[in-house]
Design a protein around this ligand. Structure first.
Ligand SMILES: Cc1cc2nc3c(=O)[nH]c(=O)nc-3n(C[C@H](O)[C@H](O)[C@H](O)COP(=O)(O)O)c2cc1C
Length: 224
């Protein structure tokens, strides 16, 4: 069951841990990263699906402005949060295997999204954003989501089947993220151009954890 806390409780807890991503530039990487309790997802801008589809696009120019915790919470929930009491998610997966994990690479480290606990679990106290893609803009995005398929959750299918099904699931999650970004005026681009072995190595992934895609998300760079 998702733990709900009020915004006031959250801010108190965040102040105690220093673990709020919107304050990321203040956190030194030497500090041991702590779990970050995400906020309960909010209804959002109220734009209709048709309006969001008109706005959906890829953008590759990012402002350094960090994402407030409420935006990050909504983003992750929109992408692959739990939307039903039986634990099913905002994106479908073949046979409901839920094999995709979302890692969040931010300025103050890498976290794993735990949808059930509505929590970000610290994985690495390092800024690896530049390593999440071969293109120079990826280091500028407030966060880079790294989609990782856990083949150990996918049963006895062939490797080829697992690659296909996990790629499809990633695409569905990614489109949810695109639509959330369209609703909030955020810039985003999903990416395949990744040095996967190097990234998997720095993330200390197991051999049966496969990086599928990454997705940069942040505020758009001001153009004035
Ligand atoms: C599976 C997939 C992989 C992609 N890989 C990259 C990438 O590595 N780098 C990049 O800048 N854009 C990447 N894109 C974004 C596409 O270039 C973009 O969707 C396309 O140019 C159409 O633009 P639009 O999203 O604004 O409609 C990828 C898109 C998809 C669906």
């Amino acid at each position: 069951m998702e733990k709900k806390i009020s915004r006031r409780e959250f801010l108190r807890a965040s102040a105690a841990t220093g673990a709020i991503l919107s304050m990321a530039p203040c956190i030194t990487l030497a500090e041991e990263p702590k779990p970050i309790q995400l906020l309960t997802p909010q209804p959002g801008s109220g734009s209709s699906l048709m309006q969001l589809l008109w706005k959906r696009k890829s953008s590759r120019e990012f402002s350094p402005r960090p994402l407030p915790i409420e935006v990050l919470s909504n983003l992750l929930w929109a992408g692959f949060g739990i939307n039903r009491p039986d634990g099913r998610r905002t994106a479908p997966t073949a046979s409901n295997k839920q094999e995709i994990d979302i890692y969040v690479a931010a300025a103050n480290g890498v976290y794993l999204y735990d949808a059930k606990a509505n929590l970000l679990k610290p994985v690495l106290a390092e800024d690896i954003r530049a390593m999440t893609g071969r293109q120079s803009y990826v280091k500028d995005a407030a966060v880079n989501l790294i989609y990782v398929a856990d083949f150990s959750k996918m049963g006895d299918g062939t490797n080829e089947e697992k690659i296909l099904l996990s790629a499809a699931a990633t695409g569905l999650i990614s489109e949810n993220v695109y639509l959330y970004c369209a609703s909030e005026g955020l810039a985003t681009v999903v990416r395949a151009n990744i040095e996967k072995p190097a990234l998997a190595s720095v993330m200390k992934l197991r051999p049966d954890q496969k990086i599928t895609l990454a997705q940069s998300v942040g505020y758009p760079k001001k153009t004035s």
